[in-house]
Write a protein that binds this ligand. Sequence first.
Ligand code: AMP
Length: 194
Amino acid sequence: MRLVLLGPPGSGKGTQAARLKVELGVPHISTGDMLRAAVAAGTPTGLKAKAVMDAGKLVSDDILLAMLEERLSQDDVRGGFILDGYPRNLAQADALDHLLAKIGQPLDAVVKLDVPNEVIIGRCEIRFAAEHRKDDDPVVVRDRLKVYAEQTAPVADFFSRRGKLQVVDGVGELNEVTARVKRALADESAAANG
Ligand code: AMP
């Protein structure tokens, strides 16, 4: 299963991906986690990305594509993957399309977690208090939601036009949201098989 999880910051993509990877037996690839690891390790990529991430803006497409290309060339993604945090704009959606065509691994499904902004703001406040991620600061969260609306929301339309997008209600108890995502994937695979 090759799956992209879409949704605004704080919509639960990371949490759901961590659960789905166990169920689906494929790795969870989070570009946010990869960038945070690069920042923590002080790599050249991390040094370039840190200020941009702290401000809630998007790191450059070139950095992301190089990182993703490298990750998708590793052996453990041969059986599929769950991509979380990429693509975040139309240029990345296009780049992903080309990259997956090149390695002969087209997407099976794209699931968007739908969560209203007021719920997101509340969730990020809780995460900010617990983890102190600079980009969960309430002021930065508003900027991230703006970036999402302007740059990432069109990515959902991009997949929708191709008949690939499933929208799932991301509000509710964790198990219930996981069950909704699994139902959406089952529907997608039933549709693909005929
Ligand atoms: P996330 O954990 O997915 O919310 O990502 C945290 C931060 O990493 C984002 O606010 C961006 O600054 C950066 N980031 C993650 N994925 C991408 C991406 N696909 N393109 C650009 N920046 C990204």
